[in-house]
Design a protein around this ligand. Structure first.
Ligand code: AMP
Length: 148
């Protein structure tokens, strides 16, 4: 990863800060909710991207969305987990950015969201940009400024 300080003109690029798609836990369109819950639980992440077989980004799935979708009047209807598909319950309006967009836009979005999905011009998933990465880089940068 390239540090903020290494950008002489302070013109950082989103591509320098992303966790690449191959390292991002995700589910695919067509997967059932049981599988999604398994991936979410095993990975420990609160929300993960939903992609298709060609790695196009379709939405985000999270444990609260899954639980809400199987909530009956008096109990959680776990037996429905295997019948429902991720595309039935995923969030479609998601915080996302194109890899070639202004870095400032990513900063604005990361104030409100813990991570952004990053896609290319055709909507193919490139990875995620997390608030954690941004804060780590900022800490490194400020630490170096202290020693100037
Ligand atoms: P973090 O800043 O690392 O705590 O991540 C914040 C959120 O970004 C997590 O709760 C996940 O929703 C998402 N996230 C971070 N890293 C990954 C990953 N490798 N795969 C999938 N989702 C991730």
């Amino acid at each position: 990863m390239i540090s903020l300080q290494s950008h002489q003109n302070m013109n950082p690029q989103i591509s320098d800060y992303i966790i690449p798609s191959e390292k991002v836990a995700h589910v695919q369109i067509g997967n059932n909710l049981e599988h999604a819950l398994l991936v979410l639980t095993k990975s420990g992440y609160s929300a993960i991207p939903v992609l298709d077989a060609r790695f196009k980004l379709h939405g985000l799935i999270s444990s609260p969305l899954i639980t809400e979708s199987i909530l009956g009047l008096e109990r959680i209807e776990f037996e429905k987990l295997s019948d429902k598909k991720v595309e039935d319950v995923m969030q479609i309006q998601i915080p996302k950015i194109r890899v070639d967009e202004e870095f400032e836009k990513a900063l604005d979005l990361l104030i409100d969201y813990p991570f952004l999905c990053v896609e290319d011009r055709e909507g193919f998933f490139e990875g995620i940009f997390t608030r954690r990465i941004l804060l780590k880089e900022l800490k490194n940068y400020l630490g170096k400024l202290d020693h100037v």
